[in-house]
Design a protein around this ligand. Sequence first.
Ligand SMILES: Nc1ncnc2c1ncn2[C@@H]1O[C@H](COP(=O)(O)OP(=O)(O)O)[C@@H](O)[C@H]1O
Ligand SMILES: [Mg+2]
Length: 391
Amino acid sequence: MGAEVVIEGLTKSFGKQAIWRDVTLTLPPGEVSAMLGPSGTGKSVFLKSMIGLLKPDRGRCVINGVDIVTCSEHKLYEIRKLFGVLFQDGALFGSMNLYDNVAFPLREHTKKSETEIRRIVLEKLDMTGLNGADKKLPGEISGGMRKRAGLARALVLDPEIILVDEPDSGLDPVRTTYISQLFLDVNAQIDATFLIVTHNINLARTVPDNLGMLFRKELVMFGPREVLLTSEEPVVKQFLNGKMQGPIGMSEEKDSAQMAAEQAMFEAGHHAGGVEDISGVPPQMQPTPGVPTRMGAVRRKDRVMEIMHRLPPAAQESIIESLSPEEQRHYGVRPHRGQPQQVGARPQGDGVPSQHHGQLPADQVARIPGGGQPPRTGTHRMPPNNGPGGW
Ligand SMILES: Nc1ncnc2c1ncn2[C@@H]1O[C@H](COP(=O)(O)OP(=O)(O)O)[C@@H](O)[C@H]1O
Ligand SMILES: [Mg+2]
């Protein structure tokens, strides 16, 4: 099973420029999570901070009991071996063929024989659909193949955590779906924890188990996919619909005057762009038939049912609808449009919040910054997570 990543109060700035602050979330082991956010919100900086390539100002990022923010260089080196990273451009060595590119981490970090290396490299090339392409140079293959080769290389050290930066960059929508399918198949095969950073709406809506969003230097939300996909939060809705109308502007955010002026324009009939309002939760992509069941998805079901009574009603409804009749019986829930469900034998007072702000554990759905929300409590430290199956 992949490693859990517990991030608490993580804060990063470059000199006077704050990038994001107090990011608190947990990546559940073996699940696929995606982080959304407009360009420049620090998604790549977030990934680099997770592997210790950049040093956060404060906060914790704990993997297998080691806080990589404060640990020694030696420990960091060890922890890094748990990660496979797929950078935006594949980051392949241009003068090496795919075989040598994929073999590189094995030759650098292990004492394996060339025979053993050959077995592993061919296995990973096969897993990523690159059979027979081992002699090609990166410059001779398509962008999609380069990304798959980057993934093959990320897999050779048997990572427990896989970080992916903008997998769709430079790819057409069909190739983006193919690489998404590959992520789910790889996840099913090795049960690694995934974090995919993206601004691709299709991918966000159909691939991950969990979704988060960075905006205005904060983590707006993080939680089960159903929470963000049913959210009425303007910034989340705007992003998932790709519209001009909303708080996200041309260069990240708008001031209130600009928002008012634009609102008048849209009310007068100007098209806000994007797709027509997409709402609701589309079915999640599944591993290719024949590929093993995703154990992360199996564990997630129990985990989400455990925290469900604390999720917003629309998310609850969508989760219940995604269950088979047998599963609904197993968990003792029934779909009931408009009527939030109570799960298990919880006392009435611990029921469904009418609004989820501030009521969820901080690592499941973080606060929503700005705009008339309840004031934050003094500290954003996540409450101790005691519940069975909690994270
Ligand atoms: N090494 C660095 N030194 C200084 N500023 C940086 C560095 N890396 C990123 N930044 C700044 O951090 C901000 C967020 O960048 P990035 O993480 O690349 O955004 P995203 O991936 O969300 O598009 C940008 O303003 C960028 O200029
Ligand atoms: Mg980036």
